[in-house]
Write a protein that binds this ligand. Structure first.
Ligand code: AHR
Length: 813
């Protein structure tokens, strides 16, 4: 056989066909139980062992189905199509069958968006394998796997092996952490870096680099930023929100009588359930335990409101009670005989308590109750239905230039029926539609679109609402009301049906009218009714959230984009380019954005500190003229998902590069923002909190230092150090910016285990040497509670301690 191949190659050469082709055997497979993507092995001939291509490297992963382990690949058939030379991979995507997936690749590196078929008869017919496939099994490493064997040109294997080896090399570098620094930088002594500003190369950069991304994840809204103290105030919790929950979750009943949850003739159809109370002679009390207790402060006033209905005049006693039964505040309301009416009272707390209960007592008789609500009077900026003051303040302290809301995955939802409908989140509270939160709980939506707009206004940030692009989360597990088969029941395949898209697009346009329309317009009038006749001046609207850029996504995005552009040319659409910094969705998303001239796209990547350290030039090659970048979700992730000095410094370092690229990266937001201790679905987060405490992370302080020291003009600077190689220099970052007042801000990051003296040539900027006030964040890389400290730094020669980030502001003279 080898002999024949040799003769064939000699003949080919002799025929002048170029380099001889050498055939080898290639084996394509996925790991048992579908637990991998497409893998390759090869062998020079049938009597030699199979060699894996890479170390468990997946050339393409199945994107079909719900989150994580549901995405499986069975029996991949990899073929080179003799019609066009493209590779095509066809696999089963569901263990029980019924879903066939197809993806194409020109080179086994880049893959097309995947297509899914419920019937094999729908699979494209124009696939003609250039080489026969033989079903076989192979031992690869220690594992016996089933797959398909074929012969290929050796060059195919060499090419893909070299590429995979490079990918794996990069992954190893990206896994570097500071824990290895003692070895990596053994013998490194403190040294000096010359920083040479190049004012001639100064350029204008964005004034919106630092913003926030608010998503109701980790109890960020109800039980978090939203200051409501009563949990399940509307009796709308159910097992659909979380197994074991029902309309009485967080409520208990004490005393004499009975209660029923009813749904006939409710306060509003969107809020169908209420509690009907019949009190016996000794009276009956409803007790709400809040979100892990109700926090009240001595001397503070709390606004209580509820809807009540009774056939006879009734008195309701309202009290705050400590866990041991002491009443620490009371009030009462009278329910008059009529239909539903809203009753209000104020309760003043006579003592502080972190675990109080709200008790609503009916002395005797019958009453129906709903929307039982308790707010501190002292909300952020004193707004009724407002925000928890300490949490909102810590967000405001970041000086964010914009707020993206309401998610993330929450925005596009778990299946089409769970897409966040903004209209259901506005208007009087009792008319809002509660919504299942795909992070596993319930959204009252008391914090809805109107409140998000108000918050933006209160903190001087641009609102950036994100609406689904007509498709739900790519990890959806819920079929929609129009799912017809397995393909349309899973993942992102069940986009809003085309005949419902017009209505959906109208909703998107209506949102812009709600924000910007004058009070004579339908939705502008609704805004005015909510107490805000002035427009909110919406300038941005996000369409889509890290979606797969597929044949389901694309037409829907185009339709929405075209409609917004036609109706509101001044509102900038922010498109989406998938959940990673590369790959199919990133590539296709960017192609689409360029084709449609989308003003901005939202990039997402959660990466290791090593990735950030080793990709500092990520944006340097981006086209400056076309579509701009909104880095809408990013964070440094380490094993165990801590927030520590290492994650914070890697972000600070990368932010020097984002500032340098502030002419193409318009906006950034760390994600997620908030996490309630004990109710966290995702780590790390920027700010942790409990009912009584707010705990910013070191990463928060990095965002804050950048947010409070933003510039609008970037001054490039060259960094040089005698005898130091790129592996050392990549851990030092300097960014010089000027703000609108003309102050020079110098940000310096040292992610090395030794002190570094930065010799900043201020004379190039006409600035005298001097001692300037600074803030320095530093500490052991594993330290989780580092806080920036005020310091004085003398420039031009500033010594930066090991593992530190310093910001110096030099006032304009
Ligand atoms: O930030 C948490 C989640 O990460 C967001 O909801 C989603 O967009 C991303 O996958």
């Amino acid at each position: 056989m080898r002999h024949l191949r040799y003769i064939a190659s000699v003949l080919a050469l002799a025929a002048g066909l170029g380099a001889a082709a050498e055939d080898v055997e290639m084996f394509a497979y996925a790991m048992p139980e579908g637990k991998s993507g497409l893998r390759l092995a090869w062998r020079p001939s049938a009597d030699e062992p199979w060699q894996p291509v890479g170390n468990g490297y997946n050339l393409v992963n199945s994107d079909f189905g719900a989150w994580g382990s549901h995405k499986k690949m069975f029996s991949p058939k990899l073929m080179q199509n003799r019609l066009d030379g493209r590779w095509v991979c066809v696999w089963e995507a569901d263990p029980a069958g019924g879903v066939t997936a197809v993806a194409y690749s020109p080179d086994l590196r880049k893959w097309s968006p995947q297509q899914y078929y419920s019937s094999t008869s729908d699979i494209p017919r124009d696939i003609f394998p250039a080489r026969p496939l033989v079903a076989d099994s192979a031992v690869v490493g220690d594992v016996k796997v089933a797959g398909y064997r074929q012969s290929v040109d050796r060059a195919v294997i060499d090419d893909v092996s070299a590429w995979v080896a490079e990918r794996e090399r990069r992954s190893r570098i990206y896994a570097e952490t500071c824990a290895g620094d003692a070895d990596r930088y053994k013998g490194l002594e403190p040294f000096a870096v010359k920083v040479s500003p190049q004012p001639d190369g100064a350029k204008a950069i964005t004034d919106k680099l630092i913003g926030i991304f608010f998503e109701d994840i980790n109890y960020a809204a109800d039980g978090g930023l939203y200051a409501e103290l009563v949990q399940n105030r509307d009796f709308e919790y159910s097992a659909a929100d979380r197994g074991g929950w029902d309309a009485m979750t967080a409520w208990s009943v004490e005393g004499d009588g009975c209660t029923h949850i009813l749904a006939d003739d409710p306060v509003h159809a969107n809020n169908p359930h209420y509690i009907s109370v019949s009190a016996g002679a000794a009276g009956l009390s409803l007790v709400n335990s809040g979100y892990d207790g109700i926090v009240v402060t001595k001397g503070e006033r709390y606004r209580l409101s509820l809807f009540a209905r009774s056939a006879s005049r009734q008195k309701l006693d309202l009290s705050l009670r400590t866990p041991d039964g002491k009443v620490i505040g009371r009030a009462s309301v009278t329910v008059r005989p009529s239909g539903w009416s809203r009753c209000k009272a104020v309760i003043k707390a006579s003592e502080s308590c972190a675990d109080a209960r709200l008790v609503v007592t009916l002395r005797n008789g019958d009453a129906d109750l709903d929307m039982v609500s308790l707010f501190p009077e002292k909300t952020f900026r004193g707004r009724e239905n407002g925000l928890r003051a300490d949490l909102a303040q810590v967000l405001a302290d970041l000086k964010p230039r914009f707020v993206r809301f309401p998610g993330g995955c929450v925005a596009h939802g778990n299946g089409v029926d769970n897409i966040y409908d903004w209209k259901g989140s506005i208007g009087p509270l009792e008319t809002r539609k509660p919504l299942f939160n795909l992070w596993g709980y319930h959204q009252s939506r008391g914090l809805g679109y109107h409140e998000y707009f108000l918050f933006c206004e209160d903190i001087g940030a641009e609102p950036l609402p994100v609406l689904a692009a007509g498709v739900p989360c790519q990890n959806s597990s819920c079929p929609s009301h129009h799912s017809v088969d397995k393909v349309t029941s899973a993942g992102q395949q069940n986009g809003i049906p085309m005949d419902e898209m017009d209505a959906y697009i109208q909703d998107v346009l209506d949102l812009i009218e709600y924000a910007n329309g004058d009070v004579t317009t339908e939705w502008g009038a609704r805004r005015a009714e909510a107490g805000h006749p002035e427009p909110f001046n919406l300038k941005y609207i996000g369409i889509g959230n890290e979606d797969m850029i597929t044949e389901v996504f694309e037409p829907r995005f185009r339709m929405i984009y075209d409609a917004v552009r036609a109706a509101y040319p001044d509102v900038q659409v922010v498109g989406t380019v998938g959940p990673f910094y590369e790959g199919t969705d990133y590539d296709r998303g960017w192609e689409l954005a360029r084709e449609l001239d989308v003003p901005l796209v939202d990039e997402h990547y959660y990466v290791s500190p090593g990735w950030l350290v080793n990709n500092r030039g990520y944006y340097d090659g981006y086209d400056r003229k076309g579509t701009k970048v909104y880095l809408g979700e990013w964070a440094s992730h380490m094993d165990g998902r801590p927030s520590n000095v290492e994650t914070a410094l890697s972000e600070a370092l990368y932010l020097t590069d984002l500032e340098r690229n502030g002419d193409v990266v318009e906006m950034t937001s760390y994600a997620p923002l908030l996490a309630k201790e004990g109710h966290t679905q995702w780590r790390p987060d920027l700010i942790y909190f409990s009912n009584t405490e707010v705990k910013p992370t070191p990463d928060y302080y990095v965002q804050k230092l950048y947010g409070n020291n933003a510039g609008t003009r970037y001054i490039p600077a060259a960094l040089t150090a005698d005898g130091k190689d790129a592996d050392v220099m990549k851990r030092i970052g300097v960014s010089l910016v000027e703000d609108e007042a003309g102050d020079l801000i110098v940000k310096m990051v040292n992610m090395l285990p030794v002190a570094v003296t930065l010799d900043v040539d201020l004379s190039a900027l006409g600035i005298a040497a001097g001692t300037y006030s600074a803030e320095v964040l530093s500490g052991d890389p594993a330290k989780t509670d580092a806080v920036p400290q005020p310091a004085s730094l003398t420039l031009p020669e500033a010594e930066l301690p090991a593992y530190s980030f310093a910001v110096v502001r030099i006032p304009r003279r």
